[in-house]
Design a protein around this ligand. Sequence first.
Ligand code: ADP
Ligand code: MG
Length: 694
Amino acid sequence: MAPRAAPAARLDTPVKFLKGIGERRAEALERLGIRTARDLLWHLPHRYIDASTVTPLAQAHLGQEVACVGRVMAKGVLPTRRGLRIFHAVLRDDSGVLECVWPGQPFLDRSILIGQTLLVSGPVRFYHGRQMVPREFVILGDADTDADPLPAGKVLPVYPATEGLSHKVIRSLIDRHLERLISLSHDGLPDPLRLSLDLLQLPEALRAVHRPASAAEAERGRRRLAFDELFDLQLMLIRARSVAKRHRSGVAFTLKRQLTTRLKQHLPWNLTGDQQQALREITADMTAPDRMHRLLMGDVGTGKTVVALFAMLLAVENDFQAALMAPTELLAEQHGTTLETLLAPLDIRPELLLGRQTGAAKAAVKQRIAAGQARVVVGTHALLQESVAFHRLGLVVIDEQHRFGVEQRAALIGKGPAPDVLLLTATPIPRSLALTLYGDLDVSTLRQRPPGRGMVRTAVRGTGQRDRVMDFVREECGQGKQAYIVLPVIEESERADLRAAETMAQTLTARWPELPVGLVHGRLKGEERDRVMRRFRSGEVRVLVATTVIEVGIDVPDATIMVIEHPERFGLAQLHQLRGRIGRGTEESYCILLAESGAPQRLNGFAATQDGFKIAELDLAERGMGDLIGARQSGGFEVRHARLPADADLLAKARDLAMKVIEADPALQRRENQQLRERAVARYPRAVELFRVG
Ligand code: ADP
Ligand code: MG
């Protein structure tokens, strides 16, 4: 249906031109990533509440995780003996009252007001009575609104909100514009196909997610959006694969057993069985005339680097160059140092190319790369510059491959006539998912951990034991160890979370004068973050308070302790990634989860295993249960609507359909596919290069 030509009746109209939104609100909306009318339409609820998911305050029992809605009757800031300031509020509903406390967040006193209706969710604990420590809160209504925000039988959508723009305002803005914006949305899916998949039309789906009459209706809407998203993702992946395969014939290297054999002789340890198996697979690929396109998947610490090095030497002993690209300067430097040590006995010096080198140094490295003197090259994105030309590039290795865009990977690969490609990832995913997401990439996996590394012991401790845990940290750090203290930061409460991290760093600095404390979080500039990380790696900083931004591959052997605050707020896979930062030396390491009493069973399951693949299965199963966090990341692509494995059926159908479409029209250049191309490109910036016309 063609929209009426009304002023501002376009989805790409900046939001500030919509009724009810001026410059100031537009600025606040921008913080939520909402710039256009389309963004507003696609600002979807991140959860729904109704009478079946909300617990009456009187029935919030000890040890449970619950969501409650109530009106603020009393509130204030209380000091504690330990100098921590606690904001507390008493909520009331028809059933009774419940006290909520936010330790270390006295500033909430300014935003939470008497008479407001709050949605709170979190664990209920015992402290002079029942108490909730909310993980999340949403202000549903102000004191002046009388209406019950949650009348019986109604489903209330809850939107992500931000400072200066309450949930209530966002909901009313969406209410005001929803129907008109929906009428501007087109359904790209042909009816017969849509019906065969039992999916709603797009406008119906959008209405269903924003204003569902029931939880089931919201779910039906979500499924439709999930399908579109998975379909776009598959279009892009399948296209990427066909582009990568296009000039599939490559170099057939010869296993000369010169450099590779010498490396083996000089290694201070034996390769693990998994490493040997991966090497056999890689060698078979590289000595075959087809180009290698292989993914090496293995937990942090399983020894992917040395496997990659063997592959690089196989190329080098055939008089080709090999390049290793890492996503950050820190990781590239670390690889440089590792390779330098391992290659020293072979008289090969790896060349390092980093963004922060001086112009003269870079020019010199580029010159050696162009002349072919540089045989093993390690670098960051700096390798992608046009001015970097290889003499004879035979192998490309990309570490943490999902942190590069498809076109970035392609840019490096394009620097050789037909180099073999080895991609590395420290994010193990279940086999079923890998097959779908990585399709016909060949996959090698490292499950075993090299012997001789210290064990990582994981323990779940109650917050009541915090002092004892912290004493332990102090003692260990006093004896030369280093520690990470990790705090969660989630979108919904980012400001408060960052404050908590800052407060923690300040408190520890004051309490432990003998131990230099550092702080890193996502709001720091990259350089500043690198600077603190370098100081931690050099041992100058002994205790690092961090949000989840600690570099994945970072190798600090003396860091043997990690304390994780609010572990219940992390996904299991994420906890596992965090834990991978310790246990890198030969000493035993300790990962301590400081959880509220009545810690969920899932944390014990996590503590019991160190196998990343097992945890990936647990994590996927858990997130598939309709958890509000959802499956945010799949193989490094953001997935907002789809939930796996629950949507595995949609994924399979999306994949089939995408294959058919790409087979018939590889670059989506036909008229009838134009919309598909536009949507995929809009959703996944990485698709821009892949579907460039011409
Ligand atoms: P990943 O990149 O997979 O996280 P690394 O390649 O950084 O792991 O290896 C982790 C550590 O294990 C490194 O210090 C490396 O030298 C060491 N290592 C690798 N393979 C073995 C092995 N077979 N035996 C003993 N130590 C090993
Ligand atoms: Mg690594």
